[in-house]
Design a protein around this ligand. Structure first.
Ligand code: HEM
Length: 517
């Protein structure tokens, strides 16, 4: 490591002209003489009265994210450090917990306790966070921007520690696998471990990429694992869990979304009864553009049946342009007389609704994990921004109206996480069938509440960030992205109003017949 030159502040002050332009940012000395013509913010900003030869820390952090100084092309501008001083501002440290108040759930905040998470969960969380920071975060920033599928390297790395398998939750599919380099055994792995993974995934702050990172598998594979024949499972599951083949869930259609009984894709049996012939279309299918397998909801003679379709003759996928990145692989899928062996039926013929309902619960729970964690990201960003940004001569957080917005954001996020942990505990203690019955209403309400809260917090965050909250680069980039992508959470896995109604109808069914005021 080269030792940096040291300067006194008096020495730096002498370099205060357009042709000899130094500044101090967080005790580091930068020579901007040649850079000034390339500065994206223009020359004049650098020549303002209190900048040349001065300490520009406050001015800099009012306009730039810290990561700007870490980019190699800008890092080189540093020529030294102020004698006897140390930089105080710390950038992103891979694997580290945030020390911003409320930016982590209580169980990850020093000094707080949890009835749910033990020491093993904590070690597991630390390893998963480091993994995502090291391998996934950089890829997320690239792919969200260029819209290409998440890199195969990332899928392979995830497969090495069996993350694809763990994202399916606890169960037989984990048997014999080494999880996260042995940090947890398949028998110990519970829904709290899965919650950790689902929450760490979203910290990359790239919603389209988050879905591109095989969200299709998270919702498309469980019906195969839970209802597929042993032959089907042994043929297709290993490659999927190794990140070599891809699967998606194909239920919603141009004609019907949350209303699964309104679906129009048909599956009819061939005369010999050995095959299904499937025709119809599916819309908004996450990972559909690159999927090898489709878990398809079909209208059959007996009602509604779920069937696994393999990419082949008669299957076509086209990308759909949505508000987030094409990296998610959102597709319009058409099935034109696709011939599928009846052995690919998942669950009973006509029993698709049970397959779907149990799957919906897990899908909605995953989405609640993600939404709860994304809202922490908002807190992290807003707490920092409102402390470092000055308006009317004072930091933004000196304004009561800003603090009121932060209060709402924090209270909602804490409530969601606490409710989520309670439901997760119930899941740990209920069979899959019991979960389908007892938790459908709870999860419907939690998802509805999470996504309404998220939309409110995203709107509040935009108000705090002002123009930067609608700008795709710079200080507000995560806020702009989140605000743009937040409606996805409120629609995928069931629209808010539909879920709210589902929860109430389930509660009504549980009303004792003799209940009176
Ligand atoms: C090492 C020193 C600096 C570097 C590497 C740098 C780099 C950049 C970059 C990359 C941007 C584009 C926006 C972004 O990505 O955040 C930017 C914007 C800007 N910079 Fe700098 N800058 C430096 C110092 C300064 C200083 C000392 C000032 C003076 C106040 C300044 C004022 C601005 C302004 C006004 C903008 C436009 C911000 C906006 O559009 O919101 N910069 N700078």
């Amino acid at each position: 490591m080269s030792t940096l030159k040291t300067f006194t502040r008096e020495e730096v002050e002498k370099h205060n002209t357009e042709d000899d332009l130094w500044v101090v940012i967080d005790a580091k000395v930068y020579d901007l003489t040649r850079f000034k013509n390339l500065h994206p913010g223009g020359i004049s900003a650098l020549l303002e009265e209190d900048i040349p030869g001065q300490d520009a820390t406050e001015a800099f952090y009012g306009l730039h994210r810290h990561e700007v100084l870490e980019r190699p092309q800008y890092k080189r501008l540093q020529i030294g450090i102020i004698e006897g001083e140390q930089p105080q501002i710390v950038g992103k440290v891979n694997g580290a917990l945030s020390d911003i108040p409320f930016a982590e759930p209580t169980w990850l905040t020093p000094g707080y306790h949890s009835p749910y998470f033990n020491e093993k969960h904590r070690k597991f969380q630390a390893a998963v966070r480091k993994f995502f920071d090291d391998y996934v975060y950089p890829d997320a920033q690239l792919r969200e921007a260029d819209g290409k599928r998440p890199s195969q390297d990332v899928f392979d790395k995830m497969a090495e520690v069996n993350l694809h398998a763990m994202r399916m939750g606890p169960g037989k599919h984990l048997k014999g696998l080494t999880l996260m380099n042995g940090l947890v055994t398949p028998e110990e792995f519970d829904y709290f471990h899965e919650l950790i993974i689902q929450q760490e995934v979203v910290r990359c702050g790239a919603r389209g990429y988050g879905d591109g990172l095989l969200a299709g598998c998270v919702i498309g594979l469980p019906p195969v694992l839970n209802f597929g024949s042993p032959e089907l499972k042994s043929r297709i599951v290993p490659d999927i869990l190794q990140g070599k083949k891809f699967i998606c869930l194909a239920v919603s259609e141009a004609h019907a979304g949350s209303d699964v009984f309104g679906l129009q894709t048909t599956a009819t049996k061939t005369e010999d009864g050995k095959h299904w012939i499937i025709s119809g279309n599916k819309k908004w299918i996450t990972n559909g553009t690159f999927a090898d397998y489709f878990t398809v909801g079909c209208k059959t003679e007996d009602g509604f049946t779920v069937i696994l379709v393999e990419r082949g003759d008669g299957v076509e996928t086209k990308p759909i342009k949505t508000a987030y990145s094409a990296t998610a692989g959102t597709a319009y899928v058409t099935f034109d007389k696709v011939k599928v062996p009846v052995e690919n039926t998942l669950g009973e013929e006509g029993g698709g609704i049970f397959v779907m309902l149990s799957n919906f619960n897990h899908e909605r729970w995953v989405m609640c994990c993600a939404s709860a964690r994304s809202q922490r990201l908002l807190i992290d960003e807003c707490m920092k921004w409102t402390a470092q940004r000055k308006a009317f001569g004072k930091p933004l957080n000196t304004q009561a109206v800003i603090r009121a917005k932060l209060a709402g954001m924090i209270a909602r996020t804490e409530a969601i996480q606490a409710w989520l942990e309670n439901i997760t505990y119930q899941m740990c203690n209920m069979s899959y069938k019991e979960q389908a019955n007892k938790l459908a209403g709870q999860l419907a309400f939690l998802k509805m509440y999470s996504t309404r809260s998220a939309a409110q917090s995203a709107a509040d965050a935009v108000q705090m960030f002002g123009g930067r909250g609608v700008t795709q680069t710079g200080m507000g980039k995560f806020i702009e992205h989140y605000h743009r992508a937040v409606p996805f959470d409120s629609l995928l896995g069931g629209a808010e109003d539909v879920l709210a109604d589902l929860g109430v109808r389930q509660a009504m069914r549980g009303m004792p017949s003799n209940a009176r005021l």
